[in-house]
Design a protein around this ligand. Structure first.
Ligand code: ZN
Length: 301
């Protein structure tokens, strides 16, 4: 089939527009579901005072709930505010040294542009009633999102360098994934029916690990609440640097980078990997929600 140049250009721009709508911003975040769950699980853990202030701050939002605004920081990139998206692009992650998983701000967070500093800064803005309402509203929306992101292990580290690290939190670790989960974004067009999905380990964690529960979001939230949830005690809260270090350590501890029986890195993954890893992904989401609630309860006294 041949296309006139003009027709080809039209087709390409239509494809670009479609992918801007559906593609997950690569490497930026838990998927929409992950962020939605963090907000949904945190909301009932808020004090009445915090609930009330959240309602005031989010007045006028299409969905004025924590879950409803949880993906806003990613959607900036889709065009709602390109300048803010550029300015905040590095606030979604931190690349800790994969061997040590320690945090050294000058090395790991130059200019305060990383998820750890962003959480600290936005917490202060939210708590400061002298700040304009718009700044505090954005701070709340950023916090819901970034406290989710910092709990995604691959937003804080990668494989040890000696073993091939420096792969941008798994973004450069190519994966061929066989799963019943419908692929997202660009992959949706690429996928051969029933065939493996070409993706990468970061996306497996942002998206497929939770999506592979194959539950409607409300049911999934109800299931994750079973066993009880509560805000983390303030003295046990720690801070975003601790949460990032914990995420980074989880990469090795939970064998996020899959090895075969021969010890070689595996790049062909399927339901067995997703099923084995999903409980850890869910534990991170629950912890993110419990910590988010404590942060908001303190900032919105
Ligand atoms: Zn993000």
């Amino acid at each position: 089939m041949t296309f006139s140049r003009q027709r080809l250009r039209r087709l390409l721009s239509a494809l670009a527009a479609a992918s801007a709508l559906t593609a997950a911003p690569a490497a930026l975040a838990w998927s929409h579901l992950g962020h939605w769950l963090v907000g949904e699980l945190a909301q009932p853990l808020l004090t009445p005072a915090a609930q009330q202030q959240v309602a005031v701050l989010l007045q006028g939002e299409p969905n004025p709930t924590l879950a409803g605004v949880a993906s806003w920081a990613d959607e900036l990139r889709g065009g709602s505010d390109a300048d803010l998206a550029r300015k905040t692009a590095k606030w979604h992650y931190v690349d800790l040294d994969p061997e040590r998983c320690d945090y050294q701000p000058p090395r790991d967070c130059p200019g305060g542009n990383c998820v750890i500093a962003a959480i600290d800064t936005q917490s202060k803005i939210l708590a400061d009633t002298a700040q304009p309402l718009e700044a505090r509203r954005d701070a709340l929306k950023f916090l819901v999102h970034f406290i989710g992101d910092v709990h995604q292990p691959l937003h804080a580290g990668a494989r040890p360098m000696a073993e091939g690290g420096d792969d941008a939190g798994g973004n450069k670790y190519q994966v061929s994934l066989r799963t019943a989960v419908a692929p997202q974004g660009r992959n949706a067009r690429r996928q051969v029916a029933g065939g493996p999905i070409p993706t990468n380990l970061h996306t497996v964690w942002d998206y497929y690990a939770l999506e592979s529960a194959i539950l409607p979001p409300e049911k999934y939230a109800a299931q994750l609440r079973q066993g009880g949830m509560a805000p983390v005690a303030p003295q046990a809260l720690g801070g975003p640097a601790d949460w990032a270090v914990e995420s980074c350590r989880g990469i090795n501890a939970q064998s996020l980078y899959p090895r075969g029986e021969d010890g070689e890195w595996q790049h062909k993954l399927g339901g067995a990997y997703l099923d084995a890893q999903r409980p850890y992904a869910e534990a991170r989401v629950r912890l993110a929600a419990e910590r988010l609630a404590t942060v908001l309860n303190a900032a919105l006294k």
